[in-house]
Design a protein around this ligand. Sequence first.
Ligand SMILES: [Zn+2]
Length: 319
Amino acid sequence: MIEFASILRAAGLPVREVSGWRRRGRPPSTNPRDPAYPAATRFAGIGLHHTAGHDDLDVVVNGRPGLPGPLANLYVARDGKVYVVAAGRANHLGAGAVEVYRRTLRDLAPLGDAADVGLDDSTVGNGVYVGIEVENFGTPGDPYPRAQIDSLQRTCAALCEEMGWTANRCVQHREWTRRKVDMSYRGPLREAVASMLAKEDLILDAGTKAYFDKQFELLRVGDNPDPKTGDTHPYSFENVLHRLDRIEGLLKLMWKGDEPEPPQGETHPQNLETVWQQGQATNAALQAQELDLAAIKADVEAIRREVEALRAAAGSAGR
Ligand SMILES: [Zn+2]
């Protein structure tokens, strides 16, 4: 059994335990072709859903007519709170593509939405994926609050970390079966979870990431001349190299000053080279003065001894 509550709490998530979650779950499948059979669960990944409603935790816990609960293992509310609904098997993914399940077992992400890829339902996912329902209508008019997506990503990361899974084991319902369109969230969820697992600082929201992706794309493809005009893109490697050459030239100018004027052969007086030379000359002068000072001290000492010797001689002569 996965200790959902303690794992998520240890990850710093706002956890709410739905009473009885440890004992809640559907009975094992009687179908030997169910990948969890004969157990009720043999979790290998995470299945992601939107609820198509608001304030519908009770539906996820208890089910609805024709579909008994629990409908998920976890419920992520709009405010980011994570409700632990069930430890056992939940009615969430239903029938889906065995190709996706095989990829999950190999830590490979699904290839895309099942409808686009052309996948048929050929196995059942309820026993082998942890179900997460995210409170959202699934319509364009119902954006996902930042706190909610943040909690979802951290929940997935905490579970993957605990189970030794990569982020690629997070599967959208629409990637599992062509029958479904959830979740409607299409941000870079697996990328975010992977960043968290790698302990990287995730500083990019989806919009910023898209912007940088575009810039890198321009850098990557910019070298190719436009087939019609023959122009290269200004962001091409070639142009970046030209800019680097220009910067290098400016640095040389700082170091050496202007090129010598042909008639006089003089370079510009103020550049790094002359400043350094001035510094060297000053050091040499200071060193010479130190030597002079030492010689003067030695002379003074010699004179002092001579004076003392003369005094002693004068004293003995006067006795
Ligand atoms: Zn779903």
